[in-house]
Design a protein. Structure first.
Length: 321
């Protein structure tokens, strides 16, 4: 489960977000689950009246496997509980084939008001860490594949601080899977880069590029030298990036990606391969599922216990890194 959040300022309008939600040229199907455009406009007006900086919070929920409407509603409730949000103003379901051709082809856009009914602002502290916290708990509760996030250790500490045994068990499961990972995972490309390529080419070329390069990597047996020679024939060039130990791959004058992320390697692993490019890397282990964390599959974690830990950040258990 991937959860991404963006915040729409009160100075702007809701229209750009609404047009994005309704785009049929990028999606095979667009379905309004609940809400109307009018509610978005009113939330922006309320924020301006209250002199708030932000008017709307746009949350994207992308599960890796099929998710029923009932499960999706529970995930939305978990997010509301974590941040103290009012009910969503609007929910829109998008259906389109993923670039890898395997992940679930539906995702949801959920829009909340940044100004609550009681006049207060929607909680936004440690938003990235808490997004991952909701996502990891969702995977444990509903048996989805576990996704390693950038803030694994912080999420584990937050779950451990809860008085709920269910939350503590979730922390134990995650610690066995992810505690102390060296290089924290990052997206192959940022949302900003994704949008820039969409504006230039009419659609983002980055997901298709990533999928194509990963296919070539597998076809060449994960041997770096063979891979470089293969993609060079297709016009792909590799150059050193501005940051230490970062190498970029792309076509001359076109978009580029971080090579280590494309190949699912840590930066230090790629650097080691560059000095011995004719050596294959070990095959990546399969994505962890809850069943793989423990020998005996634990019973599903009740989502109702989330209320017991929805204010962990206020205690100072999380520290943004």
């Amino acid at each position: 489960m991937i959860i991404k959040t963006s915040r729409i300022t009160a100075e702007s309008t809701h229209r750009h977000l609404f047009r994005h939600l309704m785009r049929t040229d990028e999606n095979e199907e667009v379905r309004i689950v609940q809400g109307r455009e009018f509610a978005l406009a009113e939330a922006v007006k309320d924020a301006r009246h209250a002199k708030r900086r932000y008017g709307l919070r746009h949350v994207i929920l992308s599960p890796e496997q099929a998710t029923s409407p009932e499960t999706f509603q529970k995930i939305v409730t978990l997010y509301q509980s974590e941040f103290g949000a009012d009910p969503p103003l609007m929910i829109v379901e998008h259906q389109k084939k993923r670039a890898d051709g395997q992940s679930y082809d539906r995702h949801w856009h959920v829009v909340f008001a940044e100004t609550l009914a009681n006049g207060r602002s929607l909680d936004s502290r440690f938003i990235r860490i808490r997004n991952e916290k909701v996502a990891r708990f969702t995977e444990l509760a509903f048996g989805h594949p576990l996704t390693s996030g950038k803030h694994n250790d912080a999420v584990i500490r937050a779950l451990e601080a809860s008085s709920s045994p269910h939350m503590q068990r979730a922390a134990t499961d995650l610690k066995q899977a992810f505690w102390g990972e060296g290089d924290t995972p990052q997206s192959t490309f940022t949302d900003k880069a994704h949008q820039v390529t969409k504006r230039k080419a009419g659609k983002s070329v980055l997901p298709a590029m990533r999928t194509h390069l990963r296919k070539r990597w597998q076809e060449e047996g994960q041997v770096l030298l063979s891979f470089i020679e293969r993609v060079a024939e297709e016009g792909y060039l590799i150059r050193e990036g501005d940051k230490p130990d970062v190498w970029l791959i792309g076509q001359n004058g076109g978009a580029h990606l971080a090579l280590h992320r494309v190949l699912n390697l840590k930066k230090k692993e790629l650097v080691a391969l560059l000095s011995d490019a004719n050596r294959p890397v070990p095959l990546s282990p399969p994505r962890l599922r809850v069943q793989a964390v423990k020998a005996n599959k634990p019973p599903p974690i009740p989502t109702s216990c989330w209320m017991l830990s929805s204010r962990l950040c206020a205690r100072g258990d999380l520290r943004e890194k």
